[in-house]
Design a binder for this molecule. Structure first.
Ligand code: EPU
Length: 437
């Protein structure tokens, strides 16, 4: 199993470029199932979750060509299977995004019901209730969700989400795009990824209005056609690298990003003392303040508020800020797994329910730690970059799911980070012994 070996204490300096957004590329790839014509997606990040999503499309019968590493040309003209099996869904929950498009285009879908994961129980009841509102018959058979549109086509309806759900909103948008009549989604998620998906759907001939607001209206059409689309930059990767600059007291220029998509993150980090300048619409310059960081409280909430996907990285940063900071996690019930690993590195953090209090500032020390989910891994990388000595992060397959080339990107700005696996670790140990002898 691969690990990261990080020696901390070097300020990061230089330019770092942002990849396409994982959480936008995932629904956009699922949307290719809505048409028999070819969809070309550019700026798809080369990360494990996207490789899994591609495999899902291919298993269903789609052809996926990659004329360039980050360009996917998908033709779903020969879909013969309408099923996402447990083997795939258990490795990636976003496979549930196949439900909406399959149900809309073929009137049937079978997708394994995802179980809980490291950050919470994460049910999909709201997706299923919404499909029922669009006329689908939904049942659970041997652990699979089986959905059917009685006369082969969904019917537009009013969908009122009792809780904001990102993939739920995306699934319903895709399902409604081919439904008969109009669908209105109330209490829709407003993440930039929702807007990006709506852009793609509209390029395919869908009629989606209001994406990015609480109410999305979709006028169903008979057919959708081919289109080309470029995925937006990853706002969470951007936020992670802003923290990387700040936590190492470095100076980074972050290019190919979209600062407008992470206003709440930029605002909060500025409050703590991080100096962030918008050089132009897609470039940020980040420096840590000479007078040091101040602890500030934060609460995660749906967009446009502070995202849960930046909570772990923010916690790592707060270990380096003077004073207390209270971090409230309101989206997922179990998203503090990184806290105990940060404590192993010398952080002073107390957890009470959905609230974590970080008492700063503490000197972080390198230690062996274990990643528990994607963003938790990112927070451990950040802490390790600031720590004195060597940190070995185990289970970095989590980070491979969503951060493209993180080792290469961080090394290029001066970080001392290496990927090792058990055999190379063994070799290093052997080499060390040989040298010692
Ligand atoms: N929820 C329900 N029932 C549902 C759907 C959601 O109770 O049917 C609850 C969830 O359990 C959670 C809350 O509603 O408590 C919000 O969940 P949401 O559905 O918005 O999350 P998601 O769509 O499963 C996406 C991202 C996550 C990100 C969340 C929140 C993708 C592929 N995943 O998940 O990204 O944390 O929105 O912003 O878009 C990540 O990238 O590391 C990641 C976990």
């Amino acid at each position: 199993m691969d690990k990261f070996l990080i020696t901390g204490g070097t300020p990061l300096n230089g330019k770092i470029s942002i990849s396409g957004a994982k959480n936008s590329a995932l629904p956009c790839l699922a949307a290719t199932l809505l048409t028999a014509e070819t969809i070309t997606l550019h700026n798809v990040p080369y990360v494990k979750d996207l490789i899994t999503q591609r495999r899902l499309l291919e298993d269903l019968g789609a052809t996926v060509l990659t004329p360039e590493l980050r360009t996917h040309k998908v033709s779903a003209s020969n879909i013969e299977i309408f099923e996402a099996p447990y083997e795939l869904v258990k490795t990636m929950r976003a496979s549930v995004l196949a439900l909406g498009p399959l149900l809309a285009r073929f009137g049937q879908a079978r997708v394994s019901l995802p179980g809980g994961c490291a950050i919470g129980t994460r049910p999909i009841d709201l997706h299923l209730k919404a499909f029922e509102q669009l006329g689908a018959k939904v049942s659970l058979e041997s652990g699979d969700v089986v959905a059917r549109a009685p006369k082969g086509r969904l019917i537009g309806a009013d969908v009122n989400f009792e809780k904001v759900t990102v993939t739920g909103t995306e699934n319903v948008m895709m399902a409604a795009a081919l439904a008969k009549g109009k669908t209105t989604i109330h209490n829709a998620a407003r993440e930039p990824e929702i807007f990006d998906l709506a852009e793609l759907l509209n390029k395919m001939g869908a009629r989606v209005r209001g994406a990015g607001s609480e109410t999305i209206e979709i006028e169903g059409v008979e057919n959708l056609s081919g289109a080309q689309h470029t995925i937006i930059p990853d706002r969470i990767e951007t936020g992670t690298f802003i923290v990387a600059a700040a936590i190492t007291q470095g100076n980074l220029e972050i290019t190919n990003c979209e600062p407008a998509h992470l206003k709440a993150v930029i605002e909060k980090l500025r409050e703590t003392g991080v100096e962030i300048e918008e050089l132009n619409q897609s470039t940020l310059s980040v420096k840590c303040c000479p007078q040091g960081l101040k602890g500030k409280n934060v609460t995660t909430e749906p967009h446009p508020a502070f995202p849960t996907d930046m909570q772990a990285q923010y916690m790592a940063l707060m270990t380096q800020a003077e004073g207390d900071s209270v971090i409230n996690e309101t989206i997922f019930e179990n998203r503090f797994m990184h806290a105990s690993e940060l404590v192993r590195m010398g952080a002073d953090i107390q957890i009470s329910g959905n609230s974590a209090t970080v008492h700063g500032k503490t000197q972080l020390m390198g230690a062996p730690v274990q990643a528990s989910d994607l963003r938790a891994s990112a927070s451990l990388v950040l802490a390790a970059l600031a720590a004195r000595g060597e940190t070995v992060i185990d289970r970095v397959y989590h980070i491979d799911r969503g951060y493209e080339n993180i080792v290469r990107k961080l090394s290029s700005v001066g970080a001392n980070i290496k990927r090792i696996n058990d055999s190379s670790e063994q070799k290093t140990a052997e080499q060390k012994t040989a040298e010692a002898v």
